[in-house]
Design a protein around this ligand. Structure first.
Ligand SMILES: Nc1ncnc2c1ncn2[C@@H]1O[C@H](COP(=O)(O)OP(=O)(O)OP(=O)(O)O)[C@@H](O)[C@H]1O
Length: 256
């Protein structure tokens, strides 16, 4: 039974995710349990193939665990129909992807209002325009994605993720396609969502400098949590990653 703890933004209990067939199973997550308090910024790191994206997808209700449960603010993600999961997600979760995932035919403002439109919610255009202004795109509202730089497109994607005021924002390598300066802008925006609005951010990244914006880093290897680092610095994160990557190369267990 999952306790109703509203102070807990995200809780995973013994989550396993197995892809592939019975003959050829791939265990992407192998019993992951994790609790993240509301208002925290967490980075997820680990070698390639360690299960980071799968963890994010399962935590965000975009994919279903093979076993185990996920709860957002004390409410388990429904195990029923896709429509029920989508409804659950819309009210609680924002997602930022590496490749922005903006609709090319819509303007920046239309991209930001789209999730509200899809959810059948009242569209507060002024607020959405305000969000674009907040991310520094007040003068780009009517531009289409192709007319914006990568960093600007990602800022539109962040404004879109914030439009429904989600308690929880997941970001899968949000700075992966950006130059250093745009990456810093995007990370500062995520940090602001946490600091000023009490939102909770969970971000997958390969970049120790990006992870240093988080309050803590969770390290994955072979589908398991193998360590955590509080108040990370880029150097400390890089050192742990080197150990993990070396251990993965040797197929040896590691104690972080
Ligand atoms: N749809 C899928 N079907 C089969 N196997 C999958 C699928 N998605 C992921 N996997 C496998 O699950 C494991 C974990 O993948 P995942 O993408 O979560 O890792 P990751 O840590 O995000 O990797 P990267 O850093 O390279 O993006 C990998 O072995 C991958 O090949």
């Amino acid at each position: 039974m999952i306790s109703m703890d509203a102070g807990e933004a995200l809780r995973l209990d013994s989550v396993r995710k197995v892809y592939g067939t019975a003959d050829n199973p791939v265990t992407a997550l192998d019993g992951v349990s994790l609790r993240l308090p509301t208002g925290t910024f967490t980075a997820i790191m680990g070698p390639s193939g360690s299960g980071k994206s799968t963890l994010l997808q399962c935590a965000a209700g975009l994919d279903r665990p093979t076993e185990g449960t996920v709860a957002i603010a004390g409410q388990p993600i429904p195990k029923g129909s896709e429509a029920a999961v989508t409804r659950f997600r819309r009210d609680r979760i924002g997602f930022v992807f590496q490749q922005f995932n903006l609709l090319p035919t819509l303007t920046a403002l239309e991209n930001v209002t789209l999730p509200l439109r899809l959810a059948g919610r009242k569209i507060d255009k002024k607020r959405c325009a305000g969000l674009l202004a907040q991310v520094g795109l007040g003068d780009r509202m009517n531009h289409r994605p192709a007319q914006l730089s990568g960093g600007q497109q990602q800022r539109v994607a962040i404004a879109r993720a914030l439009a429904s005021s989600p308690a929880l924002i997941f970001a899968d390598e949000p700075t992966g396609a950006l130059d250093t300066r745009s990456a810093r802008d995007v990370l500062a925006l995520l940090a602001t969502a946490v600091r000023d609005h009490g939102q909770t951010v969970v971000m997958v990244t390969h970049d120790p400098a990006a992870a240093a914006y988080a309050h803590s880093v969770v390290f994955l290897a072979d589908g398991r949590i193998v360590g955590e680092l509080a108040r990370p610095t880029a150097d400390a994160v890089a050192e742990q990653m080197t150990r993990l990557t070396d251990a993965a190369a040797r197929h040896a267990p590691v104690g972080v």
